[in-house]
Design a protein around this ligand. Structure first.
Ligand SMILES: Cc1ncc(COP(=O)(O)O)c(C=O)c1O
Length: 473
């Protein structure tokens, strides 16, 4: 078969066009023809550059392109390897499956850290549930739509601990905040209506706006999140239907509002008589949890929280607390969207609240996140980023010389997955020069450390100006 450089050269075509693309295509063809088998290590950038007579950077682009096409993947500190590859895997939306998950260091998902603690608690609770004399109620329950009273009573205790005094009859159990947002938005906004939100938001809200056909108006943000003056200006100028805000550990910027900021937002909502949808999905993680905005304006607010970031990602139980007079309307939407939230999941949450397990899991999560943040602070020292000391995210400003898209591709070529800023941008504003790094999705601290070290190595590199490389164009 000859050495691997030679096998790649066999497929190199002459003629016009970017050299890096030709090299990438030659690699893909050699793989398709079976000349380079799956799992084989590709030459170093330098070795192939010398063999083909191009710059090292051109080979880097070629590898990044072949990686994008799903033919190869990088392993941190080891090199570039041929991936399992078939036609199906070329389909864009299946790309994530191209990379062997066992190799990928995932720093991309805003989730709860997975631990044996959750599994132990889950096993025990399932055993207890199976033996409960009224287990039959859980499997045959069909009503009430808002959730069993016992579940709403436990939810009330949980919400009180989050600083929201309410009454069990106001609480609607839903399948996570995502579901609760859909219910609240569909109750408040008609197609074409406008919702004011932070200029950057969780992309779930952007998808929801597209699904329900309402518009998002991005309000300027600072290091405490939504800026009251900018919100007020928007309320004066536009016909806003609702305000949607994430006051604690905002995704992606990690900003947390202080008490004054929360009161200011509540005052504006009152002044303009606008409902506030308060997404407190990360709130319980903070040991210094501030009173929710909803606690100042209970008759105008739709408060939402869940367990997916704070206790266990798969426990898709959320609590939605609408204004008292709107409960009936909200329950109607809950019924229309899922009849009622899954009672068995709500029972697990209820038992975890009643037995103190939910609290223990949140405390463990907080402690673990704190130590992961400390690790990140050491490794990222000197770089510009925002984070909450007990939160799962890092919002990293890239050095000027990097293009964000290229940085992400290079991280991915080293088998590290991080998230670009674009998906969080509301409207057509330019994306900030940032990437989001999740500290919660890595399986272990050592994996996280390896991923962060890979990111730091990349940050320290000097990317050459890609658009003036004569070998490429
Ligand atoms: C701000 C925000 N709200 C809601 C969600 C989704 O919450 P849930 O898992 O409870 O549906 C996310 C998930 O990342 C989020 O970042």
């Amino acid at each position: 078969m000859g050495n691997i450089e030679g096998r790649i050269k066999n497929y190199l075509e002459s003629g016009q066009g970017p050299r890096y693309l030709k090299i990438a295509q030659a690699i893909c063809k050699a793989v398709d023809a079976g000349d380079i088998p799956v799992g084989e290590k590709l030459p170093t950038h330098r070795a192939l550059a010398e063999a083909v007579g191009v710059s090292v950077q051109t080979v880097s682009f070629a590898y990044a392109h072949a990686e994008k096409e799903g033919y190869v993947h990088g392993k941190v500190g080891s090199g570039t390897y041929v991936s399992h590859h078939n036609l199906e895997e070329n389909v864009e939306f299946l790309k994530d499956e191209v990379v062997d998950p066992a190799q990928m260091i995932d720093l991309s998902i805003a989730c709860a850290i997975a631990s044996s603690k959750q599994v132990d608690a889950f096993r025990q609770t399932l055993l207890d549930m199976a033996q409960q004399p009224d287990a039959q109620q859980l499997i045959n329950v069909y009503k009430p739509f808002a959730g069993l009273l016992s579940h709403r009573q436990a939810a009330r205790r949980w919400l009180t601990a989050q600083g929201l005094e309410t009454d069990a009859n106001r609480i609607c159990i839903c399948n996570g905040v995502t579901h609760g947002l859909m219910i609240a938005m569909s109750s408040l906004v008609v197609p074409g209506g406008i919702v004011a939100c932070e200029a950057l938001v969780d992309h779930g809200l952007i998808s929801l706006a597209r699904t329900l056909n309402f518009k998002l108006e991005g309000i300027a943000i600072d290091d405490e999140g939504m800026i009251p003056g900018a919100l007020e200006q928007c309320c004066k100028l536009k016909q806003i239907s609702a305000i949607c805000v994430t006051p604690s550990m905002h995704n992606p910027t990690t900003a947390t509002m202080g008490n004054t900021r929360r009161q200011q937002i509540a005052e504006i909502a009152l002044k303009y008589n606008l409902p506030v949808i308060e997404d407190d999905v990360f709130g319980p993680l903070s040991s210094d949890h501030k009173p929710p905005i909803s606690s100042y304006i209970p008759e105008l607010s739709y408060y939402l929280t869940s367990f997916s970031k704070t206790a266990a990602s798969g426990l898709r139980v959320g609590y939605l607390v609408p204004p008292k007079r709107e409960v009936h309307q909200v329950v109607g939407r809950l019924r229309a969207s899922s009849w009622m939230a899954v009672p068995m999941a709500a029972e697990i949450a209820t038992q975890w609240i009643n037995e103190g397990v939910a609290d223990q899991l949140v405390q463990w999560q907080r402690k673990e996140l704190k130590s992961r943040q400390e690790l990140a602070a050491k490794l990222l020292a000197g770089y510009n980023y925002q984070a909450h000391p007990e939160g799962p995210l890092i919002w990293l400003t890239l050095p000027e010389e990097w293009r964000a898209e290229y940085f992400i591709a290079q991280a991915r070529a080293r088998n590290i997955s991080i998230t670009p800023a674009e998906p969080f941008v509301v409207g057509h504003q330019p994306a900030p020069h940032c990437v989001r790094i999740s500290l919660a999705s890595a399986e272990s601290t050592s994996q996280l450390a390896a991923g962060l070290k890979g990111v730091v190595e990349l940050l320290a590199e000097e990317p050459s100006p890609i658009y003036i490389d004569s070998e490429i164009y």
